[in-house]
Design a protein. Sequence first.
Length: 331
Amino acid sequence: MTLQTSRAIRIDQHGGPEQLKLVQVTVGEPGPGEVRIRHHAVGLNFIDVYQRSGLYPMTMPLQLGMEAAGVVEAVGEGVTHLQPGDRVAYASQPPGSYCDLRVMPAKCVCRLPDAISFETGAAMMLKGLTAQYLLKRTQPQGGLQPGDFVLFHAAAGGVGLIACQWARAMGLQLIGTAGSDAKCALAKANGAAFVINYSREDFAARVKDITGGRGVKVVYDSVGKDTWDKSLDCLAPFGLMASFGNASGPVAPFAPGLLGTKGSLYVTRQTLFTHIATRENTQSMADDLFGVVTGGQVRIHIDQRYRLEDVQQAHRDLEARLTTGCSVLTL
């Protein structure tokens, strides 16, 4: 077996950004169902913070990172959809993308269209596939039709800016929330029909004003604790509360009876990795994402770039809500 060395970012225990260490690791040949990829760019996501901090407990030591783009160097037995030399991108378990070179399962790795750069590919997969499953696969009773109102929290973030543009392409009236006027303006420029600065406005009251008192069909919420209660008040009867993150902390337990008194509401907690559990689902969702990006309906905003060795600062910026759009590690 040929062994190569690679830089990687690893943690040996849960904690703050100071736990992120640059180390040298050895990388071997791919086994059955695996590929070896040399990365050109790596994506940063809030799930990386959750795994580092211990909100999502992980086995140590842990090499972080959930998405990247690069070139296939070698394929293992049974891998038929990829070959050496292919440009690829992925969002995938297990973690480990914060590195130059890795061996990983092939099923969630997709060929990257020539029209999409490595940096864009690295920035778009986890966030873009998340926007896809939310808007296309996590829908309220009766589905979503052009003209319907939806509420999207953290609309100026990586997922949010993609969702704003995609919702506009679908004809939806997306109401985006963000924590500053500048972030609200960014969401509006990217397709949000309405924006609310929830640091100084009561977003539930504003949603009722915007919708003429009816409420929205669905709330997409990655913020968690700070937005949960008022989000339920934004929903129309039979509306769907779709939780997909915990940026402000996990949602407190609540009595299911509350959903009845607020209008026979539905609640779901979604995660990307259920949706991309099969090769077929992953490719179908990625094809949809690649289509809207290459077609110009969705533009991927890379607003922050960090060197691999500056990953601690990248995590500090993420946690301090200093970032907009997508962030990447350059190699």
